[in-house]
Design a protein around this ligand. Sequence first.
Ligand code: FES
Length: 114
Amino acid sequence: MATWKTLCRVEDIPKLGARRVRRAEGGDIAVFRTAEDRVFALLDRCPHQGGPLSQGIVFGDSVACPLHNWTIGLKDGCARAPDAGCVQRFSVKVEDGAVALDLDEVHAGVRAAA
Ligand code: FES
């Protein structure tokens, strides 16, 4: 069962941008907000060369990596063809405007990286 930890309010995330959640290990997490106020979370590391996806521009259900402009799907964390590769996704819950991450997933990433 998920252990949800409230991170912030939806409005605390820049529209068409992201908020970065720092982790001691395993890489930071980028929490994105779409134009329709949907929220997604991915590892803040582009599958191409590790660019900071949290600094990219969100459009539709995707983010454009700021380094070489690959398009990464926010729902699946995967690069759009002809590019290839995926980045880790994290579960997000939005309830009454509060954004929460599953702590078990957040810490699983740390354990996997350790
Ligand atoms: S590092 Fe993201 S497109 Fe190159």
